[in-house]
Design a binder for this molecule. Structure first.
Ligand code: NAD
Length: 513
């Protein structure tokens, strides 16, 4: 690990403020400052200590970013795309090192850590193409010798607040598109994963330098929720893109709305899979298990609820219990293991509380959860994935617990299953396993799933960057990455041009002098 950290130019004590090429030492930083300590949930080791950004430096960062915007917006979009292409090349080069660091700092499996970096590479590729396609419509004017069209302009400074569970990919979804659109970015990563963020900044630094990109195009501030609130409150931040819990999203939405600013929210999910009697269980079972235990149940798209038709309920249940019996829990850097640790002790406590509520609310644990102890589990963050049979209306089922707990629910008719699936406050991802065309189409129809993502014969997690990603209801309504998500990072302008010799007014209004 040490050699990876060296290659990524990360050190034991680091400045957590950067405007791209420059890394700042906090103005008020001295030995008494509270440093941001990054502990690995893998082995409990202290990985690094980061000087969090102080308010005074935050203001300097914003001013540097604002000055950079005036230059960056004048760079032609395809040229901005070319710079993003070079960043993608850097991420290709550092995929193993960054993927390993993601795995060690966040605790997801090495496969998933590398997958996260691949997602960054994919969004860079996508953004390069997008840089030549920032299209606006043209319309026919109702007036003679007039032309009407729409064009898209950058917004300015984009603030990006990210969660611990996708410590690097979510930043890249936002930043790469925001940059090709002509914006500058200030990233506030999770206080639980500051090191991966610093590593990203180091990786792209070379590209920024080689291309004479103005200082301030890619900024990084570190700290806890307070640093996030600076972005939310600040009228100089044109767009706040925030990923995290629904609690955080509600706070950000209220603050940004109060100043009539723009926000883009990617919040909690409570995702379900419906399994019908027409399902191919040979593909359904592995998809359910990956969705429920992958990233130790800490994906926004993790499968939390399984809605099974009563005629196949016992069969599915038995297959799942058997499959869970084969899971290997342990160090996520060891590729033989399927399940790594939770992020920290607070997450372990939330897992235990949820299991307590399962029993209290009339649930039956098919596979008991437990916190693992002994050699290899010294960090205290490793837990056993649990499965619980739950009464449909239990309060705990409505709640997103960020841990590997799968709730089983029974249904009779597909209408009932869809109602159960939609009957939670969140609306991120959903899936149905069926080979029956009518069932699949009913699930996808207007009266079907109410989520931002609805899959057939694919689990709830593991989206590709080409589609717009996001969800409804308490998930926040935002869309990021593919499709036309770029529009969130630009402002639309309608232009009407009169190239004639008279001044006809719209709607035929007469005004003569
Ligand atoms: P969190 O809400 O605790 O923190 C997320 C980020 O918000 C952190 O950077 C934190 O410092 C900041 N923050 C917290 N309170 C804030 C406030 N009041 N104002 C401004 N910033 C604030 O979430 P977490 O525990 O890091 O991540 C897990 C959550 O994120 C889950 O609910 C998960 O579903 C969600 N998530 C959603 C998506 C998605 O795309 N929908 C993706 C990843 C994670």
């Amino acid at each position: 690990m040490q050699q990876f950290l060296q290659k990524l130019k990360t050190q034991p004590v680091m400045s957590g403020t950067s405007t791209g090429q420059a890394f700042w030492h906090a103005t008020a930083a001295d030995e008494t400052d509270s440093l941001l300590d990054s502990y690995s949930p893998v082995d409990g080791q202290l990985m690094a200590r980061v000087h969090p950004t102080v308010r005074e430096d935050y203001d300097k960062v914003v001013e540097t970013a604002r000055a950079a915007f005036l230059k960056w917006r004048a760079v032609p979009a395809p040229r901005r795309g070319e710079i993003v292409r070079q960043m993608g090349e850097q991420f290709r080069q550092y995929k193993k090192e960054l993927g390993t660091l993601v795995s060690y700092e966040m605790g997801k499996s090495l496969q998933e850590g590398m997958g996260e970096v691949q997602e960054m590479i994919d969004i860079c590729d996508f953004a390069v193409g997008q840089s030549r396609q920032l299209y606006g419509f043209t319309m026919h004017s109702e007036r003679p010798d007039h032309r009407m069209y729409e064009q898209w302009h950058p917004l300015g400074v984009v603030g990006i607040i990210t969660a611990f569970n996708f410590p690097v990919a979510v930043w890249s979804w936002n930043a790469m598109l925001a940059w090709v659109c002509g914006n500058v970015c200030i990233w506030k990563p999770s206080e639980k994963t500051p090191l991966t963020a610093l590593a990203c900044q180091q990786i792209i630094k070379e590209v920024l330098e080689q291309n004479d990109v103005p200082e301030g195009v890619s900024c990084l501030i570190t700290g806890g929720r307070e640093a996030g609130t600076w972005l939310a409150e600040d009228p100089r931040i044109a767009l706040v893109s925030a990923t995290g819990s629904t609690r955080m999203g509600k706070a950000v939405a209220q603050t940004v709305s109060a100043r009539l600013g723009r926000y883009l929210l990617e919040l909690g999910g409570n995702n379900a899979i419906i399994v019908t009697p027409h399902a191919d269980l040979n593909i359904a079972v592995p998809a359910i298990v990956f969705g429920a235990v992958g990233t130790a149940g800490q994906r926004c798209t993790s499968t939390r609820r399984l809605i099974i038709q009563e005629s196949i309920y016992e069969d599915v249940k038995n297959r799942l219990v058997k499959a869970y019996g084969q899971l290997r829990i342990g160090n996520p850097l060891d590729e033989k293991n399927h399940v790594g640790p939770l992020i920290d002790q607070a997450a372990v406590a939330a897992y235990q509380t949820a299991l307590f509520h399962v029993k209290e609310q009339g649930g039956r644990l098919l596979l008991d959860g437990e916190v693992l102890e002994g050699p290899g589990f010294e960090s205290g963050c490793y837990v056993r994935p649990a499965i619980a049979e739950m009464p449909a209306q239990s309060a705990i089922v409505q709640h997103e617990t960020f841990a590997p707990i799968l709730y089983l629910l029974k249904y009779r008719t597909l209408e009932e299953a869809i109602e159960l699936q939609n009957g939670v406050p969140q609306g991120l991802s959903s899936a149905i396993f069926t080979l029956n065309l009518r069932e699949a189409e009913q699930f996808l129809s207007t009266g079907g799933s109410d989520c931002g993502i609805a899959n057939v014969n694919i689990g709830t997690s593991g989206a590709e960057i080409g589609g717009a990603f996001g969800g409804e209801k308490e998930t926040g309504g935002g869309r990021e990455s593919g499709s036309d998500a770029w529009k969130a990072y630009m402002r639309r302008q309608t232009n009407t041009i009169n190239y004639g010799t008279s001044l006809p007014l719209a709607q035929g209004i007469k005004f003569e002098l």
